[in-house]
Design a protein around this ligand. Structure first.
Ligand SMILES: [Zn+2]
Length: 207
């Protein structure tokens, strides 16, 4: 990718996966999660966002998917970019910058409940675009939709760098945009795991 013109393009899903692999954000191997599930793939998306250049390429690409949506474009800059969790914060800042949106909010889990910081009040939040680094099940997005709606803000967009194909492809009536989709397969037990059967060394990983 050569200079500024490259930033104008939306990289293909293959190029996005190459970026994730190169930065260590996507790994292939034999992984065991704390819940005992086995898998041949592991995503650790913040590893791609530790580099300014890759963070910018990914965030700008995602922002372009929103900007080409006429309904979203017509509401800029009076828009909020919302992250469901800490992993989505660098995505939210990058997308906000590229769209010149007015606000950013991010939710945090407190006592098992997803919430915004105190003193974020009804009516203060602009129409929302929810962004995350990766959508695995869609639960975090769903909880964030409910949180945003409880504060009276409409949801006009939703997206992530990667969406697992097992997650919903739309939420709150808006399609979920992504730069790459991934068909993740989990094995519930070691006995069911192809990698275990092949005798591959396992790595224990966190969510
Ligand atoms: Zn295994």
């Amino acid at each position: 990718m050569a200079g500024a013109p490259g930033v104008q393009l939306i990289p293909s899903p293959e190029e996005v996966m190459q970026i994730l692999q190169r930065t260590g954000a996507f790994r292939e191997g034999h992984f065991v999660y704390p819940n005992g599930k086995h898998t041949a793939h592991y995503f650790q998306m913040p590893l791609a966002f530790r580099y300014y250049d890759t963070a910018r390429v990914l965030a700008v690409a995602l922002s372009r998917k929103f900007r080409i949506d006429r309904d979203i474009a017509s509401q800029l800059p009076k828009v909020s970019i919302i992250s469901p969790s800490s992993g989505g914060i660098p995505v939210a800042f990058g997308v906000r910058d590229a769209l010149n949106a007015e606000q950013i909010y991010w939710a945090e889990k407190e006592e098992g409940k997803r919430m915004f910081r105190q003193y974020v009040n009804q009516g203060e939040i602009n129409p929302c675009i929810i962004v995350d680094d990766i959508i695995r099940s869609g639960h975090a997005i769903q909880e964030t939709v409910e949180l945003v709606r409880s504060l009276g803000a409409p949801i006009i967009g939703c997206g992530a760098i990667v969406r697992f194909t097992s997650a919903p492809d739309q939420i709150a009536g808006v399609p979920i945009k992504s730069l790459a989709e991934f068909d993740e397969k989990y094995y519930d037990t070691a006995a069911a795991c192809v990698e275990c059967f092949a005798g591959a060394a396992e790595e224990h990983v966190r969510f």
